[in-house]
Design a protein around this ligand. Structure first.
Ligand code: R5P
Length: 293
């Protein structure tokens, strides 16, 4: 079982054959109970099957990142355009108006910053997540790093705790400096999250072979945006990810660091929910950026 040499290479990906989804519109979720499905249906749009999550949890490891210096000024105006907000409990209580009524993907693991070794994390208690009405809780999983075992334990603990309250868990595949963002690694990390009970997986887009990552992950994948790209490139990446089986984006810097964030999040929505092609989405961005917000 633990042989690392001589294993047969995965090859039967069934690309183009959708995973059967009896009982619910999200893959791998048909056997969940009502509360889990209700929370997931708040995050994912039943028409498109996809979601645009706005990630602004970066401060918990990076401090006042560009675009997040004053979240009250930069993030609050974006909230109405997001399907779900991915943030820390600090930011949630400090700047997110409760009346905005958006589902929350709560960052539920923390413990170290960019100044030391990332991913040496512990968990927020599930009662606190329930108190904050989290629709999902996000746990970092650092496969292949020195904190692999610790972070997988965090994931399994949160899945067991979340199940008691009907709160789904987002497994976030961490990418350390020394790890490669290729389909083989991201596919392994995503599958490990799903097998350990994650209901949704967040990972990075890669090329080539991202469709192998989504095909072999039995739950929905949302992609992180990663470092800021030109708007055209970010829209292209979102389009390719959806086209190759992602169920949405959990995007931060490519939205809030865009020259016109409100226009950018709307262009991303057009790609994710309506399958708008990248060139058309860029045209939409250029049109919207001239409208005074
Ligand atoms: C992930 O672990 C981070 O905390 C962010 O939520 C994630 O990287 C998404 O943000 P970005 O699109 O800026 O990469």
């Amino acid at each position: 079982m633990a042989d690392t040499v001589g294993n047969l290479e995965a090859k039967d990906y069934g690309i183009g054959i959708p995973q059967k989804m009896p009982g619910f519109f999200l893959k791998g979720s048909g056997n969940l109970e009502w509360g889990m499905k209700d929370r997931l249906a708040r995050i994912f749009n039943a028409r498109s099957g996809n979601t645009v999550m706005l990630a602004f949890d970066h401060g918990y490891i990076m401090g006042p990142t560009s675009g997040l210096e004053r979240m009250d000024l930069t993030i609050v105006p974006l909230i109405e355009y997001a399907d779900c907000l991915m943030c820390t409990r600090g930011a949630l209580r400090q700047i997110v108006p409760p009346a905005s009524n958006k589902p929350i993907s709560l960052r539920a693991s923390a413990g170290s910053t960019v100044l030391t070794d990332l991913n040496d994390e512990c968990l927020i208690g599930i009662e606190e997540c329930a108190r904050l009405n989290a629709s999902m809780v996000a746990v970092m999983v650092a496969i292949g790093s020195q904190f692999e075992a610790l972070t997988i334990r965090n994931l399994t603990t949160m899945v067991s705790d979340g199940t008691k309250y009907g709160i789904p868990v987002l497994g976030v595949t961490a990418v350390g400096k020394e790890l490669t963002r290729d389909a083989r690694y991201l596919g392994l990390a995503s599958r490990v999250c799903a097998e350990n009970g994650a209901h949704v997986v967040k990972t990075y887009y890669c090329t080539p072979d991202f469709e192998k990552v989504t095909a072999t992950c039995p739950v929905p994948i949302v992609i992180a945006g990663g470092k800021k790209l030109a708007e055209a490139e970010a829209l292209q990446m979102a389009y390719e990810a959806i086209d190759q089986g992602a169920a949405g984006v959990d995007m931060g810097r490519n939205v809030f660091q865009a020259e016109h964030p409100v226009a950018m999040i709307q262009a991303v929505r057009a790609v994710v929910h309506d399958g708008v092609k990248p060139a058309e989405a860029l045209a939409l961005y250029n049109e919207l950026k001239n409208i005074k917000q």
